[in-house]
Ligand binder design. Structure first.
Ligand SMILES: C[S@@+](CC[C@H](N)C(=O)[O-])C[C@H]1O[C@@H](n2cnc3c(N)ncnc32)[C@H](O)[C@@H]1O
Length: 272
């Protein structure tokens, strides 16, 4: 592993690490959601030459590499970047170079690579700062490299049956996502706008999670963490959030609950 500073604490773990078991729990839902936007991937692969070097930012445990490798249609060499050394060490899918870091390391790595290149990430954009998204758009436009950015949360959550507290909990959760001035749920729209302004071609697909019976463990974790984040953002919401969660988990147990979590996939290409 190449060791770089990349916004990581001395422990090699970020302040708010993502749990590896959460990444495992969401893989099946991510795969189904991405399969629904296969046309977007086709637009990328029809122009992809080999061997392509793929830079996967926020690689986590390697889900994006696992999903894309066989679907790119060309041979690929992978460079996995993450600011969490522990997750990066557990990333397991074929061979890859692992770099401790993130957007700050991207420009140098992409510029130093020869041959066809692709920048990608999954479930990352909504965690990035405005400066990081600006830098990402700049790397793509200055270096003329395509980008595929999957599964960015867009802030929408539809729960059936409806509950009177859905809106308050969602609003507080989205505010938590956008804390410290980050675009949060607006990240994909923000990046798309920056790339279009730079003259790049931007294509977009909706890739929602559609969850119901069979996805109980994922739904329970999703709702519990949403309630926790909403209360962290607005402590006055504690009693309502607790009631909301209890009612939602009851609906989950009687199998009446359906959940749709909005995501967006972006394909960014150099001008034709
Ligand atoms: C939700 S996880 C997604 C992981 C993986 N791409 C997947 O789809 O399973 C987000 C990942 O991005 C990493 N991450 C978050 N912010 C980052 C940043 N600013 N720079 C580098 N990595 C970051 C986290 O450590 C985590 O591994």
């Amino acid at each position: 592993m190449t060791e770089t500073a990349g916004g990581t604490e001395a422990s090699g773990r970020p302040e708010r690490p993502i749990a590896a078991d959460w990444l495992a729990l969401r893989r099946a839902a991510d795969t189904s959601a991405r399969d629904g936007a296969a046309w977007l991937l086709s637009e990328l692969t029809e122009r992809l030459a080999e061997p392509v070097t793929v830079f996967d930012i926020g690689a986590g445990t390697g889900a994006n590499q696992a999903y894309l490798t066989s679907r790119l249609g060309v041979s690929s060499r992978w460079v996995l970047l993450d600011h969490d050394a522990e997750l990066l060490h557990t990333a397991s899918h074929g061979s890859a170079e692992r770099v401790l870091g993130g957007i700050g390391e991207l420009r140098g790595l992409v510029a130093a690579a020869s041959g066809p290149r692709l920048v990608t990430c999954s479930a990352l954009l909504d965690l990035l700062s405005t400066d990081e998204l600006d830098e990402l758009a700049s790397v793509l436009s200055r270096l003329g490299v395509p980008g595929l950015f999957s599964l960015t949360v867009d802030g929408s959550l539809i729960l059936e049956p409806r509950n009177r507290l859905d809106e308050a909990v969602s609003a507080a959760f989205n505010a938590h996502q956008a804390r410290a001035g980050r675009p949060g749920p607006a990240a994909a729209a923000y990046l798309a706008q920056r790339c279009a302004q730079a003259g790049l071609v931007v294509r977009q697909a909706e890739t929602p999670w559609l969850l119901g019976p069979g996805a109980e463990a994922l739904i329970e974790r999703l709702l519990t963490e949403r309630a926790d984040a909403a209360v962290e953002q607005h402590p006055g919401l504690a009693a309502d959030a607790q009631q909301w969660l209890a009612e939602r988990l009851n609906s989950l147990r009687d199998r009446s609950l359906r959940v749709q979590v909005g995501h967006v996939d972006l394909l960014v290409k150099p001008p034709q």
